[in-house]
Design a binder for this molecule. Structure first.
Ligand code: ATP
Length: 345
């Protein structure tokens, strides 16, 4: 067989495998495992199929289902499936932004707190290697990370604060020193971070990604069973164009965008209640329409968000009925509805 024939055979087999895989449906999200980004790194070599399956702790049955579906391929001698999961974690979500300083960590902390308030078991992985400030936002100073021995090797034990399990790259660094990890070292640390934390049982693990689309982000997105990403932006056009680049990265890997959070959307006058769009308006809506992804919420500028972030008091907890607090609660409610984990809480 010529190289050309071989390539065209492999390509047509690849399409056939994708067609078969698309018959495997995630019952809660009512979508197939390919569109949900659960199947990645699909590769056909001769008569063998190789793929990676990114699933939550409650989705182990997909392994057998996919094996069964692909056993119907006439030419396939064997399917090799590598399961990529975070032990004990059901739903892993990423919080991302195109640029720094738009309120990504604030959003991650407040959604985590709002999910916790509604009864979910929540973990937060602060993977923002360029500015890990989630511990401070939850009121945690420098703390020692314990390493424990488990049957699967040594693991980091997350800290628990305000009922949220927390692991941060910042906790591994010296205070007030930049994290100067590069290239392969950064890759190794991040991968270890994703695999070697003993979370216990979690309904939701939120990963606060570094801003932008560099190596660190790509490693995290490729290596973790992220079910979806929440993109945080501010309303102005420069922020929006950065988010577009960011989305491109997620789409390439096949991770679905769950929705957009527009932060700093407006300022509410404390006297008359008038809403002024300080940074312009319509950016979040424009992006949502362009991406066909929902606009999950518009968060006002509120000094209490800033002071709460500095002192470890998320507004979703301290002022859950404020305009900003309500948006975070709504987003958490929407997530709980989407993934339907309430019956197990
Ligand atoms: N809606 C808001 N109203 C007032 N202050 C806010 C609001 N959102 C965020 N902030 C403040 O803006 C600053 C930056 O927010 P945050 O650290 O969450 O941004 P980020 O996108 O995670 O930044 P980084 O690029 O460093 O990761 C923080 O001091 C935070 O308290």
């Amino acid at each position: 067989m010529t190289d050309e024939h071989l390539n065209s055979l492999t390509a047509s087999r690849q399409q056939e495998v994708i067609r078969y895989l698309k018959t495997v449906i995630e019952p809660i999200l009512k979508n197939n495992v390919v569109s949900l980004g659960m199947v990645r790194n699909l590769c056909i070599v001769d008569d063998y199929v190789y793929l990676r399956l990114y699933i939550g702790a409650h989705q182990q049955d997909f392994f057998k289902e996919i094996q069964y579906v692909l056993s119907n391929l006439s030419w396939c001698k064997k399917t090799y499936i590598q399961i990529c999961t975070i032990p004990g974690v059901k739903v892993t979500l990423a919080i991302s932004s195109g640029k720094g300083g738009v309120g990504k960590s604030t959003t991650a902390v407040n959604i985590a707190a709002a999910l916790k308030l509604q009864g979910a078991k929540v973990g937060l992985l602060d993977a923002d290697v360029y500015g890990p400030n989630i511990p401070q936002m939850l009121g945690l100073g420098q703390a020692d990370i314990q390493v424990i021995h488990t049957p699967t090797g040594e693991k980091f034990l997350p800290l628990e604060i305000q009922g949220i399990k927390l692991m941060s790259v910042g906790l591994l660094a010296e205070p007030n020193r930049p994290l100067a990890w590069r290239g392969p070292v950064l890759h190794k640390i991040i991968t270890q971070f994703l695999q070697d934390v003993e979370w216990g049982e979690l309904d939701y693990l939120l990963i606060d990604l570094p801003p932008g689309t560099g190596d660190a982000q790509i490693t995290i997105v490729q290596e973790s069973p992220i079910c979806g990403v929440i993109l945080v932006t501010t309303p102005q056009q420069v922020a929006i164009s950065d988010v577009r680049r960011n989305i491109h990265m997620f789409r390439q890997v096949g991770v679905p965008v769950l929705g957009i959070v527009e932060n700093m959307s407006y300022l509410i006058c404390s006297d008359c209640g008038l809403r002024t769009p300080i940074f312009g308006s319509g950016g979040g809506e424009q992006l949502a329409a362009e991406l066909q992804a929902p606009l999950l919420g518009q968060i006002p500028i509120d000094p209490r968000i800033c002071s709460g972030g500095d002192t470890g008091h998320p507004i979703a907890v301290t002022n859950s009925t404020s305009a900003a607090g309500e948006v975070f609660v709504q987003i958490a409610t929407a997530l709980l509805g989407t993934f339907c984990l309430m019956q197990s809480i």
